[in-house]
Design a protein around this ligand. Structure first.
Ligand SMILES: Cc1cc2nc3c(=O)[nH]c(=O)nc-3n(C[C@H](O)[C@H](O)[C@H](O)COP(=O)(O)O)c2cc1C
Length: 246
């Protein structure tokens, strides 16, 4: 193993979910800012970056949100909380941002003057992505999209994940990759974290005054770790139960 693999291995091996943070030790909140910037570099579906990061640093607000987290120690004792949200209503803005980025790469030339590949890229963000992410309340558009891909699948391989619920999974997968990047980065900075999904998302949404379309991926508590904050030794099922050669 080379030196960087050893460093990375140490980070991964030492990450544990921390349930009790040290209230006294120094905590550099700039480490959180740096880790969020790294998390924003996580791979994500179509580069739509359907994520938002809400930092909670105020002790009273941490207390308030810990109540929504069922008063879990991991939240109550945290020095900072990071809430990773999926703003489902921002897909048009994100598609537009990607469009503008690529259009600038192509010197803002009209689409008719571009080669096939570049024109396809622009259409991907101006037409396909808005169509793919568009949702109605009942999920009828998702059902229509599913019907279209079912018909197309008779002739060729298709992406089946087009329904309203599928799109939620698409967004949350990417947000979770950002979450993991954040946690590993925090560890590299010398701090512990705990990912949490055990919280009242409706109360949290109201508290943060976010629209109903916003979902939460997870809340990550962070701070200086303690030995009593790791409740037991690590357990994983054996490799031969989860790793398969194809
Ligand atoms: C999506 C997700 C949600 C989780 N929710 C909670 C939670 O609400 N409270 C908690 O104490 N731990 C939570 N955990 C932490 C897991 O319990 C923990 O990762 C698992 O037991 C393995 O332990 P380790 O992280 O120390 O390796 C969550 C982890 C993930 C990935």
């Amino acid at each position: 193993m080379d030196a960087s693999a050893t460093v990375f291995d140490n980070i991964v091996q030492s990450r544990r979910s921390m349930r009790i943070y040290d209230a006294e030790a120094y905590f550099d909140s700039e480490a959180v800012a740096r880790s969020i910037r790294r998390a924003m570099l996580a791979p994500n579906s179509s580069n739509m970056q359907m994520w938002e990061f809400y930092r909670v640093t105020d002790p009273q607000k941490i207390k308030d949100i810990a109540v929504f987290c069922m008063n879990q120690n991991a939240a109550k004792t945290a020095r900072e909380l990071l809430i990773i949200a999926v703003p489902k209503n921002k897909y048009r803005a994100r598609a537009q941002a990607n469009y503008a980025f690529h259009h600038a790469r192509y010197c803002n030339k009209p689409i008719e003057e571009l080669d096939k590949r570049s024109a396809r890229k622009l259409k991907y963000f101006s037409r396909l992505m808005p169509m793919y992410y568009f949702q109605d309340w009942l999920g009828l558009w998702g059902a229509v999209r599913k019907l279209i891909v079912s018909i197309a699948s008779i002739w060729r391989p298709v992406v089946w994940q087009v329904s309203k619920q599928d799109l939620r999974v698409v967004c949350h997968k990417s947000a979770a990759l950002a979450a993991q990047t954040f946690m590993l980065s925090m560890l590299a900075e010398g701090y512990a974290t705990c990912p949490m999904e055990g919280f009242d998302s409706k109360r949290l949404r109201k508290y943060l005054k976010l629209p109903r379309s916003t979902e939460f991926n997870m809340i990550i508590s962070c701070g200086p770790g303690t030995t009593q904050g790791i409740y037991h030794e690590r357990f994983r099922v054996p490799e031969n139960e989860v790793v398969f050669m194809v």
